[in-house]
Ligand binder design. Sequence first.
Ligand code: HEM
Length: 529
Amino acid sequence: MFSIWALVGFILVVSILRRAYRIYAAIQSLRGVPVYYILVDPLTPLANLLPNGRWNPGVYQAWNESATLYTSRNTNVILYIPLLYGDIALHCASPDALRTVLNDAFLFTKPRKVLGLDFMGPNLVASTGEQWRRHRKITAPTFDNQTYMNVWEVTAGLYHQMLESEAWKTGDQHYFPAFNTFTTRLALLVIAACGFNMHLRWDESPTRESLSNPIDTTIIIVSTSLLEKMVLPNWVFRLPIEGLRRMKIAFDDFQKFLDDEVSAKKLELKNDVHFDGSISDSNKTVFGRVVAASQQEGTKGLDQREIIGNLFIFLFAGHETTAHTLVVTLAMLALNPGEQERVYQHIKSVLGDSEPKFDDYGALAPVLHCFYEALRLYPAAFLMGRVATADTMISASGLLPSSDTLAIPKNTEIVLDMIGASRHEETYANATAYLPRRWESSSDAATAAIDSFLGFSTGPRVCLGKKFATVEAVCFLTHVLRDWKVFVKFEKGETAEGWQKRMLNPILGATLKTGDVPLLLTRRSAFEA
Ligand code: HEM
């Protein structure tokens, strides 16, 4: 008995000493950087078990105090030190420094925990170096104009199906306590159709014999349980706990589903190569073309697991991010009626009496600016992690209290804090205000800002689905804003700011999203009658 306790005590002392040494070494190697002590890394399940407060504020604090966290320390970098558990990391909120880091994908590579996103198979997000290059070379060409035209057509079709569904059919006014359920469904069905060639109807919930739940339910469980899957060991999912079991079933089912789909597509494509090497239109989805390109590349192509890994990652990267930003855009327009009226008038001037078409995308830029501005204030990808692969320096104005330059030792973990960066007063005047006009590119500064907007990242690893998401967003928002006036319901005496704080409080997980967003929509025609 004594020896067990002695062993436990010994392990504990060694762990404490090791941790203390790591903290000491980090502070020494990043001298001059203001330090911020917390108990545990906020992005670990353990942090969720502790009450939020001074010692466990994590990214929640960064959110609530985004204006003061860096400014009160007169800095753009902070050394986050979790005393008990989690990675010690340098958090950075300078947009210029972020750009420097993001532009060099080899000097600043992805950290270990992001590479853990490969449980469905190796993929673009969870790979580095030559492997990443190979994944990107094969998958990137499938995101082209043909895909974007398809995204537009599918989005427009789904919007009309949505209007025919029970909740929308009759009446000129609708109050939706959770409008996010519509944007979530839209984003899911668009990616299913344009990514996987799986054309589901708005009100359809298809089942497969091999799946325990309908496909859409399976996908939603998978995409909302990613953080748990990334950080918890596999055995945890075998515990007799209902929530964990549901996750395991969904992940297993989805893996099996994708495996069957890829095998079927390979067979189909074998019989679908025409004399000139082309394939039928029905196979020209992202899915069909990734499989076709892999077959054409022979041994250099993606194997079955890699194809599955990438399809899964498109779904993960493109679903909740788009859905969340869409609902926030509508909420922010409801809170800023002047901006809503302005964009409505613009939509009318572009469309006249015609239906919105893909060719109108460029002319509808102000709609895109509304989406960008919502993404700036509520960045779906709120953190990006990187690790320095060699000793290096970064420079940016106001980086540190006493210097614009910081020496970064090899292996330093850097967290690119998009919440801090997107509310950076030097870059975005009146940073907490919703001002879509700031993206209008009549000036060189605005053109540069839109070109280097960080919401979709920048540099070689810029979001592959950026235009996929913006085409979907411009199409959906144009339809909604053309047909409906969007409002929120205030509580007695509540201000727009108060509503925003109450309803758009971010939930930080694998991505940033909000809880349920209630919106009131009134048909435009009701005002004109
Ligand atoms: C509003 C919607 C979206 C936002 C805000 C967003 C944001 C981002 C960001 C910030 C990154 C860089 C992450 C990093 O390097 O750490 C990224 C990467 C990526 N995104 Fe998106 N994304 C969105 C929609 C989509 C869609 C619709 C797809 C696919 C259909 C997609 C596919 C990808 C992929 C494959 C990568 C990895 C690129 C690489 O590492 O080479 N994203 N996204």
